[in-house]
Design a binder for this molecule. Structure first.
Ligand code: NI
Ligand code: MN
Length: 226
């Protein structure tokens, strides 16, 4: 499966002929100026929460691609009022889509829209079908709830975890998260975008390697096959 990193928490994945885009924040990202937002396609836009650094380009991409939004009830209602198609999920709930199953799982964070209006409770997604299973954690602290994922979902092939500290867990806690969710291959997100979340990338990779896991840090715009 092709996985493309567009910076910060934005990841695009293609599976079952469907294009999934998580948390599009590209045009305001000074580190992603080389990415052509207008060339990104999305059948589905999955939003973990309503913060500006996760939704900035959702409307423009969603409008151009006629994407279906998947998120919590409040976020889907917000975009529904603007004419976007959407499927609401609440924590612990899952639903079937042409790309497979998506389950909305707990995150410890907040979720207001940039204007301060209520964005529901933040979450992450576990997505699976017969060829893959992965977890995009969104913005979250390390939480014991992560232990529920291997008990309630298929075995993860990889996970997309925040590692930048300050607003989310740092890489040290993300190593423990990887143990809780029983994933050996981690794509790091939510680091280095701005000053508060600058990290030592080599130290982060070593922390994962020391625990027998692989931390993959992609360049912005880079794709890999997983
Ligand atoms: Ni956030
Ligand atoms: Mn964020």
């Amino acid at each position: 499966m092709k996985v493309t990193f567009y910076g910060h928490a934005c990841v695009a994945l293609e599976t079952k002929g469907q294009k999934l885009l998580f948390d599009p924040f590209i045009s305001p990202n000074e580190m992603a100026t080389h990415v052509d937002v207008d060339s990104i396609e999305a059948d589905y836009i999955l939003l973990t929460h309503a913060h500006g650094d996760h939704i900035a380009d959702a409307e423009s991409i969603g409008k151009r691609c006629e994407s279906t939004f998947i998120s919590n009830f409040e976020i889907i209602t917000h975009y529904g009022n603007k004419g976007f198609k959407g499927h609401p999920l609440a924590h612990g709930g899952k639903a079937s889509f042409p790309f497979g199953t998506a389950k909305y799982v707990n995150a410890i964070h907040t979720s207001s829209f940039p204007d301060g209006s209520y964005g529901g409770q933040p979450g992450g997604f576990v997505v699976w079908n017969d060829e893959t299973c992965f977890y995009h954690a969104g913005d979250t602290a390390l939480t014991m709830d992560m232990k529920l994922i291997p008990q309630t979902c298929p075995k993860l092939d990889f996970a997309i975890l925040p590692i930048g500290d300050n607003f989310t867990m740092g890489y040290e806690d993300a190593v423990i998260a990887a143990e809780f969710i029983q994933a050996d291959k981690i794509i790091g997100i939510h680091y280095d975008t701005f000053g508060f979340i600058k990290i030592d990338q080599e130290a982060a990779k070593k922390a994962f390697a020391d625990s027998g896991k692989e931390l993959i840090l992609l360049s912005i715009g880079e794709s890999i096959d997983l």
